[in-house]
Design a binder for this molecule. Structure first.
Ligand code: NAD
Ligand code: TYD
Length: 353
Protein backbone atom coordinates (compact mmCIF):
# COMPACT_ATOMS: atom_id res chain seq x y z
CA UNK A 1 0.00 0.00 0.00
CA UNK A 2 1.30 3.45 -0.92
CA UNK A 3 1.68 5.82 2.03
CA UNK A 4 0.54 8.98 0.25
CA UNK A 5 -2.57 8.84 -1.94
CA UNK A 6 -2.97 12.32 -3.34
CA UNK A 7 -6.04 13.60 -5.17
CA UNK A 8 -5.01 16.49 -7.43
CA UNK A 9 -7.88 18.62 -8.75
CA UNK A 10 -7.05 20.60 -11.89
CA UNK A 11 -3.98 18.41 -12.41
CA UNK A 12 -4.12 18.77 -16.21
CA UNK A 13 -3.57 22.53 -15.97
CA UNK A 14 -0.35 24.49 -15.69
CA UNK A 15 0.57 24.34 -12.00
CA UNK A 16 -1.35 21.13 -11.23
CA UNK A 17 0.53 19.17 -13.91
CA UNK A 18 3.86 20.55 -12.70
CA UNK A 19 2.89 19.40 -9.20
CA UNK A 20 2.19 15.88 -10.52
CA UNK A 21 5.67 15.86 -12.16
CA UNK A 22 7.30 17.11 -8.96
CA UNK A 23 5.71 14.42 -6.81
CA UNK A 24 6.08 11.45 -9.15
CA UNK A 25 9.67 12.36 -10.02
CA UNK A 26 10.67 12.54 -6.35
CA UNK A 27 8.87 9.64 -4.71
CA UNK A 28 8.02 6.01 -5.43
CA UNK A 29 5.85 5.60 -2.36
CA UNK A 30 2.92 7.65 -3.63
CA UNK A 31 -0.13 7.39 -5.86
CA UNK A 32 -1.80 10.31 -7.62
CA UNK A 33 -5.34 10.58 -8.94
CA UNK A 34 -5.87 13.64 -11.11
CA UNK A 35 -9.42 14.91 -11.57
CA UNK A 36 -9.96 17.55 -14.22
CA UNK A 37 -12.81 18.80 -16.40
CA UNK A 38 -10.36 19.43 -19.24
CA UNK A 39 -11.54 22.97 -19.96
CA UNK A 40 -9.66 24.99 -22.59
CA UNK A 41 -6.81 25.19 -20.00
CA UNK A 42 -6.67 21.48 -19.17
CA UNK A 43 -4.51 19.30 -21.40
CA UNK A 44 -3.75 15.60 -21.03
CA UNK A 45 -0.55 16.15 -23.04
CA UNK A 46 0.78 17.82 -19.85
CA UNK A 47 0.57 14.44 -18.11
CA UNK A 48 1.42 12.13 -21.00
CA UNK A 49 4.67 11.07 -19.35
CA UNK A 50 2.73 9.24 -16.62
CA UNK A 51 -0.11 7.64 -18.57
CA UNK A 52 1.27 4.09 -18.18
CA UNK A 53 2.70 4.58 -14.69
CA UNK A 54 0.87 2.42 -12.10
CA UNK A 55 1.16 5.27 -9.58
CA UNK A 56 -0.95 7.56 -11.82
CA UNK A 57 -4.68 7.66 -12.50
CA UNK A 58 -6.85 10.20 -14.36
CA UNK A 59 -10.59 10.81 -13.97
CA UNK A 60 -12.45 13.37 -16.08
CA UNK A 61 -14.62 15.22 -13.61
CA UNK A 62 -16.34 18.59 -13.28
CA UNK A 63 -16.04 19.82 -9.69
CA UNK A 64 -19.15 21.98 -10.13
CA UNK A 65 -21.26 18.82 -10.44
CA UNK A 66 -21.76 17.62 -6.87
CA UNK A 67 -23.34 14.31 -7.88
CA UNK A 68 -20.43 13.56 -10.21
CA UNK A 69 -17.86 14.49 -7.54
CA UNK A 70 -19.33 12.10 -5.00
CA UNK A 71 -20.06 9.29 -7.49
CA UNK A 72 -16.72 9.28 -9.28
CA UNK A 73 -14.61 9.64 -6.13
CA UNK A 74 -16.42 7.25 -3.81
CA UNK A 75 -14.09 4.31 -4.48
CA UNK A 76 -10.84 6.25 -4.90
CA UNK A 77 -8.31 5.80 -2.08
CA UNK A 78 -7.33 9.30 -0.92
CA UNK A 79 -5.27 10.49 2.04
CA UNK A 80 -4.47 14.03 0.79
CA UNK A 81 -6.16 16.54 -1.50
CA UNK A 82 -4.29 19.22 -3.44
CA UNK A 83 -6.96 21.54 -4.83
CA UNK A 84 -5.75 23.42 -7.92
CA UNK A 85 -8.86 23.32 -10.16
CA UNK A 86 -10.04 26.82 -10.99
CA UNK A 87 -10.74 29.30 -13.72
CA UNK A 88 -7.49 31.22 -13.53
CA UNK A 89 -7.26 34.08 -16.03
CA UNK A 90 -8.14 37.63 -14.93
CA UNK A 91 -8.95 38.85 -18.47
CA UNK A 92 -11.44 36.00 -18.98
CA UNK A 93 -13.05 36.83 -15.62
CA UNK A 94 -13.62 40.39 -16.86
CA UNK A 95 -15.26 39.14 -20.07
CA UNK A 96 -17.30 36.37 -18.39
CA UNK A 97 -17.28 36.11 -14.58
CA UNK A 98 -19.95 33.40 -14.19
CA UNK A 99 -17.71 30.37 -14.77
CA UNK A 100 -15.35 31.79 -12.14
CA UNK A 101 -18.06 31.89 -9.50
CA UNK A 102 -19.25 28.40 -10.45
CA UNK A 103 -15.86 26.68 -10.47
CA UNK A 104 -13.87 28.66 -7.93
CA UNK A 105 -16.61 29.13 -5.33
CA UNK A 106 -19.15 26.33 -5.87
CA UNK A 107 -16.59 23.81 -7.13
CA UNK A 108 -14.36 24.44 -4.11
CA UNK A 109 -17.41 24.12 -1.87
CA UNK A 110 -18.24 20.67 -3.32
CA UNK A 111 -14.62 19.56 -2.92
CA UNK A 112 -14.76 20.65 0.73
CA UNK A 113 -18.05 18.79 1.21
CA UNK A 114 -16.48 15.68 -0.30
CA UNK A 115 -13.39 16.12 1.89
CA UNK A 116 -15.68 16.26 4.92
CA UNK A 117 -16.86 12.71 4.19
CA UNK A 118 -13.23 11.51 4.09
CA UNK A 119 -12.53 13.36 7.33
CA UNK A 120 -15.53 11.68 8.98
CA UNK A 121 -13.96 8.30 8.05
CA UNK A 122 -10.59 9.54 9.47
CA UNK A 123 -8.98 9.02 6.06
CA UNK A 124 -7.98 12.62 5.23
CA UNK A 125 -4.57 13.88 6.34
CA UNK A 126 -4.67 17.27 4.62
CA UNK A 127 -6.72 19.44 2.21
CA UNK A 128 -4.34 21.91 0.57
CA UNK A 129 -6.10 24.81 -1.13
CA UNK A 130 -4.02 26.60 -3.76
CA UNK A 131 -4.82 30.30 -3.84
CA UNK A 132 -3.36 33.55 -5.02
CA UNK A 133 -1.88 36.77 -3.67
CA UNK A 134 -4.46 38.62 -5.80
CA UNK A 135 -6.99 38.16 -2.96
CA UNK A 136 -5.07 40.85 -1.04
CA UNK A 137 -5.69 43.48 -3.73
CA UNK A 138 -3.18 45.96 -5.07
CA UNK A 139 -0.07 47.45 -3.44
CA UNK A 140 1.45 50.88 -4.06
CA UNK A 141 5.22 51.21 -4.39
CA UNK A 142 6.03 49.95 -0.86
CA UNK A 143 5.32 46.95 1.36
CA UNK A 144 4.47 43.32 0.71
CA UNK A 145 1.57 40.96 1.44
CA UNK A 146 1.83 38.93 4.63
CA UNK A 147 -0.52 36.23 5.89
CA UNK A 148 -2.37 38.89 7.93
CA UNK A 149 -2.92 41.40 5.12
CA UNK A 150 -6.69 42.05 4.87
CA UNK A 151 -8.49 40.65 1.83
CA UNK A 152 -9.33 43.26 -0.82
CA UNK A 153 -9.90 41.53 -4.18
CA UNK A 154 -10.44 43.71 -7.25
CA UNK A 155 -11.26 41.38 -10.16
CA UNK A 156 -14.00 38.75 -10.50
CA UNK A 157 -11.17 36.18 -10.53
CA UNK A 158 -9.61 37.34 -7.27
CA UNK A 159 -13.04 37.81 -5.65
CA UNK A 160 -13.97 34.22 -6.52
CA UNK A 161 -10.65 32.94 -5.11
CA UNK A 162 -11.21 35.02 -1.96
CA UNK A 163 -14.63 33.38 -1.63
CA UNK A 164 -13.07 29.93 -1.78
CA UNK A 165 -10.35 30.90 0.73
CA UNK A 166 -13.05 31.97 3.21
CA UNK A 167 -14.92 28.68 2.75
CA UNK A 168 -11.72 26.72 3.37
CA UNK A 169 -11.11 28.70 6.56
CA UNK A 170 -14.70 28.13 7.69
CA UNK A 171 -14.40 24.35 7.20
CA UNK A 172 -11.45 24.32 9.60
CA UNK A 173 -13.21 26.33 12.28
CA UNK A 174 -16.61 24.69 11.86
CA UNK A 175 -15.85 21.06 10.99
CA UNK A 176 -12.23 20.67 12.04
CA UNK A 177 -11.23 19.77 8.47
CA UNK A 178 -7.39 19.56 8.20
CA UNK A 179 -7.08 22.44 5.71
CA UNK A 180 -4.18 24.67 4.74
CA UNK A 181 -4.26 27.52 2.19
CA UNK A 182 -1.29 28.78 0.22
CA UNK A 183 -1.34 32.21 -1.46
CA UNK A 184 1.32 32.56 -4.11
CA UNK A 185 2.46 35.13 -6.61
CA UNK A 186 2.49 34.86 -10.43
CA UNK A 187 3.95 31.58 -11.65
CA UNK A 188 5.87 30.91 -14.87
CA UNK A 189 7.45 27.80 -16.41
CA UNK A 190 6.74 24.72 -18.56
CA UNK A 191 3.14 23.95 -19.64
CA UNK A 192 2.00 27.55 -19.02
CA UNK A 193 -1.13 28.21 -21.07
CA UNK A 194 -0.30 30.91 -23.64
CA UNK A 195 -2.94 33.43 -22.55
CA UNK A 196 -0.77 34.57 -19.62
CA UNK A 197 1.90 37.26 -19.97
CA UNK A 198 5.12 35.21 -20.17
CA UNK A 199 4.09 32.38 -22.55
CA UNK A 200 2.05 34.82 -24.65
CA UNK A 201 5.09 37.03 -25.19
CA UNK A 202 7.35 34.06 -26.01
CA UNK A 203 4.94 32.65 -28.58
CA UNK A 204 4.07 36.04 -30.10
CA UNK A 205 7.82 36.67 -30.54
CA UNK A 206 8.14 33.33 -32.32
CA UNK A 207 5.24 34.19 -34.61
CA UNK A 208 6.32 37.80 -35.24
CA UNK A 209 3.04 39.02 -33.68
CA UNK A 210 2.59 42.23 -31.64
CA UNK A 211 3.51 42.05 -27.94
CA UNK A 212 0.54 43.76 -26.25
CA UNK A 213 1.65 45.60 -23.10
CA UNK A 214 -1.29 46.89 -21.06
CA UNK A 215 -1.16 50.57 -20.09
CA UNK A 216 2.39 51.81 -19.51
CA UNK A 217 3.92 48.42 -18.67
CA UNK A 218 4.83 49.68 -15.18
CA UNK A 219 2.58 47.25 -13.28
CA UNK A 220 4.61 44.96 -11.05
CA UNK A 221 4.29 41.22 -10.44
CA UNK A 222 6.43 39.02 -8.15
CA UNK A 223 7.44 36.12 -10.42
CA UNK A 224 7.67 32.59 -8.97
CA UNK A 225 9.11 29.65 -10.94
CA UNK A 226 6.47 26.93 -10.99
CA UNK A 227 8.92 24.21 -9.88
CA UNK A 228 9.74 26.19 -6.73
CA UNK A 229 6.03 26.69 -6.12
CA UNK A 230 5.31 22.94 -6.41
CA UNK A 231 8.12 22.05 -4.00
CA UNK A 232 6.72 24.61 -1.54
CA UNK A 233 3.20 23.16 -1.80
CA UNK A 234 4.53 19.67 -1.12
CA UNK A 235 6.42 20.96 1.93
CA UNK A 236 3.31 22.72 3.27
CA UNK A 237 1.24 19.53 2.75
CA UNK A 238 3.77 17.52 4.75
CA UNK A 239 4.71 20.02 7.45
CA UNK A 240 2.26 22.94 7.49
CA UNK A 241 -0.14 23.60 10.36
CA UNK A 242 -3.85 22.99 9.84
CA UNK A 243 -6.03 26.07 9.66
CA UNK A 244 -3.05 28.26 8.71
CA UNK A 245 -2.20 30.08 5.51
CA UNK A 246 1.26 30.37 3.94
CA UNK A 247 2.40 32.94 1.39
CA UNK A 248 4.71 31.60 -1.32
CA UNK A 249 6.98 33.91 -3.30
CA UNK A 250 10.65 34.48 -4.04
CA UNK A 251 11.13 38.27 -3.70
CA UNK A 252 11.36 38.61 -7.46
CA UNK A 253 9.49 41.75 -8.42
CA UNK A 254 9.64 42.94 -12.02
CA UNK A 255 7.50 45.35 -13.96
CA UNK A 256 5.80 44.03 -17.07
CA UNK A 257 7.99 45.92 -19.48
CA UNK A 258 11.14 44.47 -17.84
CA UNK A 259 9.69 40.98 -18.32
CA UNK A 260 8.79 41.61 -21.96
CA UNK A 261 12.21 43.10 -22.67
CA UNK A 262 13.97 40.15 -21.01
CA UNK A 263 12.00 37.74 -23.18
CA UNK A 264 12.84 39.80 -26.28
CA UNK A 265 16.56 39.66 -25.41
CA UNK A 266 16.45 35.88 -24.93
CA UNK A 267 14.56 35.49 -28.18
CA UNK A 268 17.11 37.67 -30.02
CA UNK A 269 19.77 35.17 -28.88
CA UNK A 270 17.79 32.02 -29.64
CA UNK A 271 15.78 33.13 -32.68
CA UNK A 272 18.04 35.73 -34.36
CA UNK A 273 15.88 35.77 -37.52
CA UNK A 274 13.23 37.77 -35.65
CA UNK A 275 15.65 40.20 -33.96
CA UNK A 276 15.23 42.77 -32.60
CA UNK A 277 12.04 41.42 -31.00
CA UNK A 278 11.53 44.64 -29.03
CA UNK A 279 10.17 46.22 -32.20
CA UNK A 280 7.05 44.05 -31.69
CA UNK A 281 6.12 45.77 -28.39
CA UNK A 282 2.77 47.53 -28.66
CA UNK A 283 1.26 49.55 -25.81
CA UNK A 284 -2.47 48.85 -25.67
CA UNK A 285 -5.47 49.92 -23.60
CA UNK A 286 -5.09 49.14 -19.90
CA UNK A 287 -6.96 46.27 -18.24
CA UNK A 288 -10.02 47.54 -16.31
CA UNK A 289 -9.26 47.53 -12.56
CA UNK A 290 -5.63 46.59 -13.29
CA UNK A 291 -3.89 45.94 -9.94
CA UNK A 292 -0.70 48.01 -9.84
CA UNK A 293 1.61 45.84 -7.78
CA UNK A 294 1.78 42.45 -6.06
CA UNK A 295 4.64 41.47 -3.75
CA UNK A 296 4.84 38.51 -1.37
CA UNK A 297 6.59 38.46 1.97
CA UNK A 298 7.56 34.76 2.29
CA UNK A 299 9.08 35.10 5.81
CA UNK A 300 6.57 32.73 7.43
CA UNK A 301 7.20 29.72 5.16
CA UNK A 302 10.94 30.42 5.31
CA UNK A 303 11.20 30.64 9.09
CA UNK A 304 8.53 28.15 10.16
CA UNK A 305 9.06 25.46 7.49
CA UNK A 306 12.62 26.22 6.41
CA UNK A 307 11.60 26.75 2.77
CA UNK A 308 14.09 28.15 0.25
CA UNK A 309 13.65 28.43 -3.53
CA UNK A 310 15.98 26.30 -5.67
CA UNK A 311 15.94 28.43 -8.82
CA UNK A 312 17.17 31.93 -9.71
CA UNK A 313 15.04 34.05 -12.06
CA UNK A 314 17.74 34.36 -14.76
CA UNK A 315 18.15 30.60 -15.16
CA UNK A 316 14.44 29.83 -14.75
CA UNK A 317 13.22 32.34 -17.35
CA UNK A 318 15.78 30.97 -19.81
CA UNK A 319 14.67 27.39 -19.03
CA UNK A 320 11.10 28.52 -19.68
CA UNK A 321 11.94 30.07 -23.06
CA UNK A 322 13.89 26.89 -23.96
CA UNK A 323 10.93 24.71 -22.96
CA UNK A 324 8.66 26.55 -25.41
CA UNK A 325 11.31 26.35 -28.15
CA UNK A 326 11.67 22.59 -27.55
CA UNK A 327 7.94 21.85 -27.30
CA UNK A 328 6.58 23.32 -30.50
CA UNK A 329 3.95 20.57 -31.09
CA UNK A 330 2.51 21.26 -27.59
CA UNK A 331 1.78 24.92 -28.27
CA UNK A 332 1.05 24.56 -32.00
CA UNK A 333 -1.86 22.30 -31.13
CA UNK A 334 -3.23 24.90 -28.69
CA UNK A 335 -2.77 27.77 -31.15
CA UNK A 336 -4.46 25.85 -33.98
CA UNK A 337 -7.65 25.24 -31.95
CA UNK A 338 -10.40 27.43 -30.51
CA UNK A 339 -7.90 29.34 -28.40
CA UNK A 340 -6.84 31.46 -31.36
CA UNK A 341 -10.44 32.59 -31.95
CA UNK A 342 -10.67 33.59 -28.29
CA UNK A 343 -7.34 35.41 -28.44
CA UNK A 344 -8.39 37.48 -31.46
CA UNK A 345 -11.70 38.31 -29.71
CA UNK A 346 -10.04 39.20 -26.42
CA UNK A 347 -7.37 41.21 -28.18
CA UNK A 348 -10.09 43.27 -29.90
CA UNK A 349 -12.29 43.64 -26.78
CA UNK A 350 -9.65 44.41 -24.19
CA UNK A 351 -6.62 45.72 -25.98
CA UNK A 352 -7.80 48.04 -28.72
CA UNK A 353 -7.20 51.73 -28.17
P1 NAD B 1 -4.89 26.62 -15.28
O1 NAD B 1 -5.99 27.49 -15.81
O2 NAD B 1 -3.67 26.39 -16.08
O3 NAD B 1 -5.47 25.19 -14.88
C1 NAD B 1 -6.70 25.02 -14.24
C2 NAD B 1 -7.10 23.56 -14.38
O4 NAD B 1 -8.36 23.39 -13.70
C3 NAD B 1 -7.31 23.12 -15.83
O5 NAD B 1 -6.71 21.87 -16.06
C4 NAD B 1 -8.82 23.04 -15.97
O6 NAD B 1 -9.25 22.07 -16.91
C5 NAD B 1 -9.22 22.64 -14.54
N1 NAD B 1 -10.61 23.02 -14.26
C6 NAD B 1 -11.21 24.21 -14.48
N2 NAD B 1 -12.51 24.14 -14.15
C7 NAD B 1 -12.73 22.89 -13.66
C8 NAD B 1 -13.86 22.22 -13.15
N3 NAD B 1 -15.05 22.83 -13.08
N4 NAD B 1 -13.72 20.95 -12.74
C9 NAD B 1 -12.52 20.31 -12.82
N5 NAD B 1 -11.42 20.89 -13.32
C10 NAD B 1 -11.52 22.17 -13.74
O7 NAD B 1 -4.53 27.27 -13.86
P2 NAD B 1 -3.14 27.29 -13.10
O8 NAD B 1 -2.38 28.48 -13.51
O9 NAD B 1 -2.53 25.95 -13.17
O10 NAD B 1 -3.65 27.58 -11.60
C11 NAD B 1 -3.86 26.49 -10.69
C12 NAD B 1 -4.32 27.07 -9.37
O11 NAD B 1 -3.34 27.98 -8.87
C13 NAD B 1 -5.61 27.88 -9.47
O12 NAD B 1 -6.40 27.60 -8.33
C14 NAD B 1 -5.15 29.31 -9.48
O13 NAD B 1 -6.14 30.18 -8.94
C15 NAD B 1 -3.93 29.25 -8.59
N6 NAD B 1 -2.91 30.27 -8.85
C16 NAD B 1 -2.34 30.38 -10.07
C17 NAD B 1 -1.34 31.34 -10.29
C18 NAD B 1 -0.64 31.47 -11.61
O14 NAD B 1 0.26 32.33 -11.74
N7 NAD B 1 -0.95 30.68 -12.63
C19 NAD B 1 -0.95 32.18 -9.24
C20 NAD B 1 -1.57 32.04 -8.00
C21 NAD B 1 -2.53 31.06 -7.81
P1 TYD C 1 -1.34 37.76 -16.32
O1 TYD C 1 -0.31 36.81 -16.82
O2 TYD C 1 -2.68 37.76 -16.96
O3 TYD C 1 -1.47 37.50 -14.74
P2 TYD C 1 -2.26 38.34 -13.60
O4 TYD C 1 -3.21 39.26 -14.25
O5 TYD C 1 -2.98 37.24 -12.87
O6 TYD C 1 -1.22 39.02 -12.79
O7 TYD C 1 -0.77 39.24 -16.39
C1 TYD C 1 0.45 39.58 -15.75
C2 TYD C 1 0.67 41.07 -15.96
O8 TYD C 1 0.90 41.31 -17.35
C3 TYD C 1 -0.53 41.93 -15.59
O9 TYD C 1 -0.07 43.15 -15.03
C4 TYD C 1 -1.22 42.20 -16.92
C5 TYD C 1 -0.08 42.22 -17.91
N1 TYD C 1 -0.38 41.74 -19.28
C6 TYD C 1 -0.03 42.54 -20.37
O10 TYD C 1 0.51 43.65 -20.22
N2 TYD C 1 -0.30 42.06 -21.62
C7 TYD C 1 -0.90 40.85 -21.84
O11 TYD C 1 -1.14 40.48 -23.02
C8 TYD C 1 -1.24 40.05 -20.70
C9 TYD C 1 -1.90 38.71 -20.89
C10 TYD C 1 -0.95 40.54 -19.44
Amino acid sequence: MKQRKILVTGGAGFIGSNFVHTILESSEDVSITVVDKLTYAGNLKNLEKWKNDPRFNFIKLDITDKTEVFAKLQNVAITEIAHFAAESHVDRSILGPEEFIKTNVMGSFYMLEFARTLHAKKELKVFLHVSTDEVFGSLSADGAFTETTPYSPNSPYSASKAGSDHLVRAYFHTYGLPVITTNCSNNYGPFHFPEKLIPLMILNCLQGKPLPVYGTGENIRDWLFVKDHCLAIDLVMREGKFGETYNIGTRNEKNNLEIVHRICELMDKKNPNGAPHKKLVQFVKDRPGHDFRYAIDPAKIETELGWKPKYQFDEAIEQTVDWFLENKPWWEEILSGDYNKYYEFQYKELNSK
